[in-house]
Ligand binder design. Structure first.
Ligand code: SAJ
Length: 413
């Protein structure tokens, strides 16, 4: 049987690793992105972002013949991995990128093609936004074009391993089509692959991220409760988690990234009367940068220092990634900037270019200019350079799993 040609559309954090993984496991893959500069970079043999193991995967994919183009291809299977932002006011999904990608596919594809949407979408999106497009182009849904929803599950920071190891979900109208798509994912995925219907797949994905958001919000609420009553939240969570059915996540300065801080809003937007706990959790996590700022000011008062002596370590949304989308640290710096005449100082070893005012690119210079170091992100770099942080007052919002110097005064969030 002829090997199917797969056109992966959207070569960002999800689409690119997925395309490369498929290619390096023998699938015929062409990756498409409308950003010419991105496609040019890939075609010149350079990766577009950093991740553990991603360079090796890129080399393997190139050796296996992966191609990159700005043009949509005539293919058997399309895998759409474009962004699905939400409207900040209505909290509803903005499916315009997915719809635009599907339209572009329908311009070039033959009858019989399978269109897989990997982008995270709230339940009902495929019915409300994607199906009507088929009709618009004169294709009969389920006969000329087969729709599938196969939401991604990989975690930035460990994408390559999780692509191979995680179980995944494939939602299809026709189980036989679901099985065909499963065969493609099985080329590299060692986890279970569940074939179900499209609405169930949509809901499952959003539920997974919402579950994590609510769990983190619980940890953050516990942090505030314990702080108000002089209890050690980290010790309490550690002991509580010894219970076989308790697994509380870690409190921190907020929830960023393009997934967990976004997906729960899809439920709030679609079920405003019903998704109450989901909404509360979002507000709790969104309020954390404000809480950290209060703690910073309390620390400054206690040590009789001025805000210009504070520096924020870590601007990305979490450790060891270079992604700053919805980063709590950036929100905090912005908040402080609004309340302060000057510009807050900050540093992130994962960022090699200046993205905001007040950002240092040199760690030593940064340390020279501050007395209070607020650890917003626990990058490996901090552990490796802990000997440089002499005599600083530290506000550790992440409870770093290593010792600072004896000369440091360390306060936990
Ligand atoms: N965070 C905490 N405390 C924790 C864990 C995380 O404050 O105990 C914060 C992080 O610092 C970060 C944010 O939450 O700011 C989100 O980070 P994350 O590592 O929990 O998740 P993401 O957004 O990088 O990836 C999530 C994952 N979903 C789940 O774990 C259910 C991933 O599997 C999904 O593929 C991804 O969302 C996605 O794209 O949907």
């Amino acid at each position: 049987m002829k090997k199917p040609l797969v056109n992966v559309v959207g070569l960002g954090y999800i689409g690119l690793p997925t395309a490369m993984m498929m290619a390096s496991h023998g699938v015929n893959v062409i990756g498409t992105d409308f950003k010419k500069s991105l496609v040019d970079t890939l075609n010149s043999g350079k990766m577009t972002f950093q991740e553990d193991g991603i360079d090796e995967l890129f080399q393997k994919a190139l050796a296996s013949g992966i191609k990159f183009s700005t043009e949509y291809q005539k293919a058997d299977v399309y895998i759409i991995c474009v962004a699905t932002p939400y409207d900040k006011d209505t909290k509803r999904v903005d499916a315009s990128f997915v719809v635009a990608a599907v339209k572009n596919v329908l311009e070039v594809c033959d009858k019989g093609s399978i269109v897989v949407v990997e982008s995270t979408v709230p339940p009902g999106t495929m019915d409300k936004y994607v199906r009507p497009v088929l009709d618009l182009y004169g294709f009969i849904d389920g006969q000329d074009i087969h729709l599938v929803h196969a939401p991604e599950r990989i975690i930035p920071g460990n994408m390559v391993r999780e692509l191979e190891d995680n179980s995944r979900t494939i939602g299809a109208d026709d189980p036989a089509i679901g099985e065909k798509v499963k065969e493609i994912y099985k080329s590299f995925c060692k986890g279970d692959i569940e074939v179900t219907d499209i609405r169930t797949a949509e809901m499952t994905k959003v539920v997974e991220n919402t579950y994590r958001d609510i769990n983190i919000a619980f940890a953050n609420e516990l942090l505030k409760i314990c702080r108000s009553d002089n209890l050690d939240v980290y010790e309490i969570i550690r002991i509580a988690n010894k219970h076989p059915r308790v697994n509380i996540l870690s409190p921190g300065p907020g929830v960023g990234g393009h997934c967990i801080s976004v997906d729960p809003w899809f439920l709030v937007g679609d079920y405003p009367e019903l998704a109450n706990m989901v909404r509360m959790a979002r507000h709790t996590n969104d309020g954390m940068p404000d809480y950290v700022l209060e703690r910073v000011y309390a620390l400054l008062r206690a040590h009789k220092l001025t805000p210009d002596r504070v520096g924020f370590y870590g601007l990305t949304y979490k450790e060891d990634v270079d992604d700053v989308r919805d980063s709590p640290a950036l929100q905090l710096v912005e908040l402080m900037h609004q309340r302060l005449a000057g510009t807050p100082k900050c540093f992130d070893p994962m960022l090699t270019t200046e993205i905001i005012e007040g950002q240092y690119l040199d760690f030593d210079k940064f340390l020279n200019d501050i007395d209070v170091l607020v650890v917003m992100v626990r990058h490996q770099h901090l552990k490796q350079n802990v000997d440089k942080i002499k005599g600083k007052i530290i506000l550790d919002t992440r409870k770093c799993p290593f010792d600072f110097q004896e000369s440091n005064v360390v306060t936990l969030l």
